[in-house]
Design a protein around this ligand. Structure first.
Ligand SMILES: [Zn+2]
Ligand SMILES: [Zn+2]
Length: 373
């Protein structure tokens, strides 16, 4: 195994970009296709690839820096590394309190171990806003990288040092029992950053993260239903300053309407209609989602009849257009009648061949008396 820095001709302090461009340049130069008849080109190209595999991976590079070829499973160390983790340095983590240093700080921000930063919120909209869609401003609190320390957690001008628990890798291996199986998890001491803060930032107390209130605008599409959810990508919590925030999941709560209820894309309402209008036909004023409208009542409309007003319903999410408004007819029976009105109705009944009697006054007690008397 040759020194990968030597193979790529880069300095030990070379940046990832420098390593990448050196590799590209040399790989193009030594590609076997470009060097027909040159048997050495094959080996040189292989070496370049192997070197790049190590130096392009920050973890492998750090391991090489610390342990040499054995650190990246390239050495011939019998019985040494080379397992499923490519011979990463084994770190004893028994002395690390996983929820220690950072657990308290992050716990105070509402972030738990393994949290991916997703946030849930409810958003209330009116029936009309659900029908036609709307734009809503929502203000909520989320965890963001601390601006005062750039998310590092170190006070301005103070230094950080490489984490000894994970050798700066940010991840540690946990050996379980005697089986040659190890699991990896983020290093608790440095919280996966590989660096230890010596003088914590005053603003975030070293967490690198702070809770902040923010306001965003959310577009609610027309036709959304109560209980539906909307995902606003990356509007959730930052659980690590160097990672993209989680998503914000909004649950839509549609307030019930005083007059309308929703059935699919249709809106349903009940309308009282006087007995003469139901019998003779006519026109009534009805409320619609677009303001007041008029509805023609055909002659002979029965109680409970449902009349359809086309295109006055909810905006259809898929097919476009709008649902309908369904008007359920309640025929009002007059209660207080003048004597002349009574007379008119009696004459109508006679005309219809119906026998009209005085209402039965017999009460429950009268019936009982009849039964036992
Ligand atoms: Zn800070
Ligand atoms: Zn660490």
């Amino acid at each position: 195994m040759r020194d990968p820095y030597e193979v790529l001709g880069v300095d030990r302090s070379a940046t990832q970009d420098e390593i990448k461009s050196a590799f590209r340049r040399l790989a193009a130069q030594h590609h076997p296709d470009r060097n027909p008849g040159d048997d050495g080109a094959h080996q040189r190209f292989k070496d370049l690839n192997a070197a790049y595999q190590v130096l392009s991976d920050p973890q492998k590079r750090a391991a090489f820096d610390r342990f040499g070829p054995a650190g990246v499973g390239m050495g011939a160390t019998p019985g040494g590394p080379g397992g499923p983790f490519g011979g990463m340095p084994f770190v004893d983590v028994s002395d690390i309190n996983i929820d220690g240093i950072f657990g308290d700080l992050l716990g105070a921000l509402g972030i738990k171990t393994g949290d991916r930063g997703s946030l849930q919120k409810e958003i209330k909209i009116s029936f009309e806003e659900a029908a036609f869609g709307c734009t809503k401003e929502i203000t909520y609190e989320r965890v963001e990288p601390c601006l005062d320390c750039g998310g590092i957690g170190a006070a301005k001008g103070s230094a950080t040092e490489r984490c000894t628990a994970c050798a700066g890798r940010g991840r540690v291996r946990l050996q379980q029992g005697v089986l040659p199986i190890a699991i990896e998890r983020p290093c608790a001491r440095c919280r996966g950053t590989g660096r230890i803060v010596l003088d914590p930032c005053k603003t975030c107390r070293g967490a690198g993260l702070v809770a902040k209130s923010r306001t965003i605008e959310v577009t609610i599409p027309p036709g959304i239903e109560n209980g539906a959810s909307r995902i606003v990508e990356r509007a959730g919590n930052c659980t690590r300053a160097d990672r993209a925030p989680g998503d914000l999941e909004l649950t839509i709560r549609v307030s019930p309407h005083e007059v309308f209820r929703r059935v699919g894309d249709d809106v349903v309402c009940s309308m009282p209609v006087s007995f003469p209008v139901a019998a003779l036909g006519g026109e009534i004023e009805i409320p619609t989602l677009d303001g007041n409208g008029r509805l023609r009542i055909p002659a002979g409309t029965q109680p409970g009849a449902v009349l359809r007003v086309k295109g006055k319903g909810i905006v259809r999410r898929v097919m476009g257009g709008r649902g309908d408004q369904l008007v359920e007819i309640i025929v009002e029976v007059p209660t207080r009648l003048s004597s002349s009105q009574k007379e008119l109705i009696t004459r109508l009944a006679e005309e219809l061949g119906e026998e009209v009697k005085e209402p039965q006054e017999a009460t429950f007690m009268d019936k009982l008396k009849n039964l036992f008397g």
